[in-house]
Design a protein around this ligand. Structure first.
Ligand SMILES: Nc1ncnc2c1ncn2[C@@H]1O[C@H](COP(=O)(O)OP(=O)(O)OP(=O)(O)O)[C@@H](O)[C@H]1O
Length: 366
């Protein structure tokens, strides 16, 4: 990964770019998109503050890429407007929108060297050769590619190719950066490295950014705010901690992280909780694994059924005869007390992440 964090090149480039992008608010206003009779986005409202990174998170087919393509200008909304820095760009073609993009597939020009790829946008804009070369040098340095300028895409690893794609997108100093699942093709370690690199550059350059992903951990880790999209509608938009700790709906509770769903008395907040399914007269509570512990008890209503060792933590699941599965995550050093077959009682340590009052019209499954 890059060790170029404090190079003069990086400092110079960031200082210049930060001023030039500070006014760049991006707004999707009441955006609806239909393909034929299918409504993919329904009155979507999304505002990215200048310099903010919003991750748009949702399951496959929920409309993430469509929202991003509308922002980029590759799709026209059926209704609604797109504003960049206060200007209505809804009808403006992509190449006039001053937006940089990075896709999942690296999409570099295979016949151009790394340097030529990075210079490409500047060449199209008829920037003089010497200025192009200087800008490319700076960006290559910033993106940890300083020594790779003369290589060709096929001579690079996946992570290096994505860094080139990022450098190429940033070369023209766009007002807005759009990233569509840019890390999906990378292995876990490189994925984390590039994620951190993107975030560092984005903050340094102060560039307004939309980051589309279906990976909840990635969305929480990289964003100022997370917009959770479900069936073309934003179910919640908030800072990562709020989306995880105070999900606004059952969908968000289940999609962002793991939850145990149990029935509880309206007065219940914490303590021992029999593992009952939600039913008549009971609230439905959604509890995060770290807010739940399993206490061994000979008369416990649940039995441990599995342990999954993940290193520092072990995920322990217990089942009750009444149906619910209870999921908790314990320090691996404590997992020996919770071997499969152990009778346990769930204890809730903190207020549930979400509570649906009895009778709330939501589908609840164990
Ligand atoms: N050009 C198109 N014509 C018809 N339907 C389309 C078109 N583009 C997208 N869709 C449909 O719109 C829906 C949303 O697609 P979109 O690519 O925005 O989803 P997504 O959330 O990005 O999913 P994924 O994570 O799988 O890429 C899907 O049902 C898709 O089939």
């Amino acid at each position: 990964m890059s060790t170029a964090t404090d190079t003069p090149a990086r400092q110079t480039a960031s200082a210049g770019a930060a001023t030039s992008t500070s006014e760049n608010e991006v707004v999707l206003e009441d955006v609806t998109k239909r393909f034929g009779r299918t409504t993919v986005l329904e009155s979507l409202n999304l505002r990215l503050a200048p310099g903010e990174l919003i991750s748009v998170l949702g399951p496959s087919g929920c409309g993430k890429t469509t929202a991003l393509r509308i922002l980029a200008g590759f799709e026209r909304p059926t209704a609604g407007r797109v504003l960049v820095a206060g200007q209505d760009v809804t009808a403006m073609p992509p190449n006039r929108r001053d937006i940089g993009m990075v896709f999942q597939a690296y999409s570099l020009f295979p016949n151009l060297s790394v340097r030529q790829n990075v210079e490409y946008g500047l060449r199209v804009r008829r920037v003089r050769a010497e200025a192009r070369r200087r800008a490319a040098e700076e960006l290559l340095e910033m993106c940890g590619l300083g020594s790779l300028g003369e290589r060709y895409p096929h001579q690079l690893s996946g992570g290096q190719q994505q860094r080139v794609a990022l450098a190429r997108a940033l070369a023209v100093q766009p007002s807005v950066l759009l990233l569509d699942e840019p890390l999906s093709a990378l292995d876990a370690i490189v994925r984390t490295q590039i994620r951190e690199e993107i975030r560092r550059l984005q903050q340094q350059l102060g560039i307004t950014t939309m980051f589309v992903t279906h990976d909840q951990e990635e969305a929480l880790a990289i964003a100022d705010r997370v917009a959770v999209l479900n069936g073309g509608v934003i179910e919640q938009i908030d800072v990562p901690q709020a989306v995880y700790q105070r999900p606004a709906s059952e969908f968000v509770a289940r999609f962002v992280g793991t939850v145990t769903t149990l029935g509880a008395e309206a007065s219940f907040t914490r303590g021992a909780l029999p593992a009952r399914l939600p039913g008549p007269g009971l609230d439905t509570v959604f509890i995060r694994p770290e807010d739940l512990t399993l206490v061994p008890a000979a008369d416990g209503g649940c039995t441990v059924v599995s342990q999954v060792y993940t290193g520092e933590r072990t995920v322990v699941r217990a089942e009750s005869a009444e149906g619910p599965t209870v999921t908790t995550s314990v320090s691996s050093s404590e997992a020996a007390d919770l071997l499969p077959g152990t009778r346990v009682t769930p204890h809730v340590l903190a207020a549930p992440a979400l509570r649906l009052p009895a009778g709330a019209a939501q589908r609840v499954s164990p």
